[in-house]
Design a protein around this ligand. Sequence first.
Ligand code: ADP
Ligand code: MG
Length: 477
Amino acid sequence: MEKNVEKVWSNCLKIIKDIVEWQHFKTWFEPIQPVSLKGNVLVIQVPSQFFYEYLEEHYVNLMSKSLKRELGKEARLEYRIMVDSGNSRNKPVTMDVAGQGFKAYGNNEMDFPLVINTPVRNPFVIPGLKKVQIDPQLNPSYTFDTYVEGDCNRVARRAGKTVAEKPGANSFNPLVIYGGVGLGKTHLAQAIGNEVKRLHPNKVVLYVSAEKFIQQFMDHSRNNAINDFIHFYQLIDVLIVDDVHFFAKAEKTQDAFFAIFNHLHQSQKQLVLTSDKSPKDLEGLNERLLSRFRWGLSADLQVPEYETRVEILELKMKKNGLEMPKEVVKYIAYNISNNVRELEGALISLLAQSSLNRREIDLDLAKKVLRNFVKSSSKEITIDTIQKMVCEYFDVAYDKLLQKTRKREIVQARQITMYLAKAFTKNSLKTIGEHFGGRDHTTVIHSCQTVKDLMDTDGVFRENVLELQQKVQLAAM
Ligand code: ADP
Ligand code: MG
């Protein structure tokens, strides 16, 4: 039976959506339109050349793997690139290109982080290969060169360098790198791996996420092959385990890891671990494991300071051959201060927007994009939403809220709604009044004041308002 192009593409998207971060999914996958399916060739339309290149560079592996699930091993992808979107007089101009680099990916089970259900005996190696042929599972672009140094990461970065120069033979064993999301743990841990490979090509390096490690452990225990699993890991010279906080509560996995850790440490092999908290604050991990984590050095990563953020942006731009006015770079660095991943996300959104709209990057565009960027994580709350929430909370009929009823409960519900609308929306007092059956702005001011006063004097009332406030806050997230 002929497969349906829409169906095939939407199945691919289902997989992709699970793996790609939401913001990136929206930016890079939602604008794609499936065009046709002829045999095993799927054609998708993308809005620009830049888009096509970006997909090919960053997502070809993922798209390949998901498409091959749909259409089999011979699946191929072609792009239709929108060169000119046309107008009422001129037809749109498009250009078809075959996906490059598509073939190279997706045939090897291990090159893709989808959970693979076929049990593998040695998790990263085809039986019979020599140990030096274990693929380190490193991303070559995560290096020290591309990891900007700042006060936020100086200790961790320098310790990482030392470890890479003399793996195993240093006092930072294990090296534990910890810090919040998007602060560069994975990058730094991988940079260590890549540097070891560069300086000591014969060392066996392996990077694995704790999640993958747990998955492999479970596959092996189902197949009664735990010893194989442990022996495999004991072959490694530099073992990098990312996000060990995921070991929490996985007790059996911790036991296996404990055995591996001890063996490697005793044989002066290097361990590099990352975690979202310092070993002393990690919960759900076995104490004997934690005490070993404290044997070496724990170094934290902090949020980068403004100058470092500027430097990181400039480096990312240079790496991608991009240019934008200095004032725009400063604007982004100034406004996005939580973590580096968001910083990159903003940069990428900006590029995507400029490419979609065929518009040079300038401060105006940056302001527009960043506004959306921030908004995407915090929803706009409307007066209606707040009205519904309050009605539900006090079990009051919606229409009563708008009428001129003087019943005390209803009056209070109405006043609280106005108060919350004032606090959580950007609407003017006039607009808020209009949403309550055409009351004027002085009524709204009066309501807000009454709520404030009552909160000071009436404990139960206060509790109610605070609880509602929390609900609205959650809904806005
Ligand atoms: P984590 O593992 O802590 O969540 P990552 O290592 O994935 O964070 O980093 C998120 C993104 O930020 C990556 O793309 C990484 O390259 C980048 N990044 C983090 N810190 C730096 C830095 N100091 N210099 C350059 N890029 C950085
Ligand atoms: Mg990480």
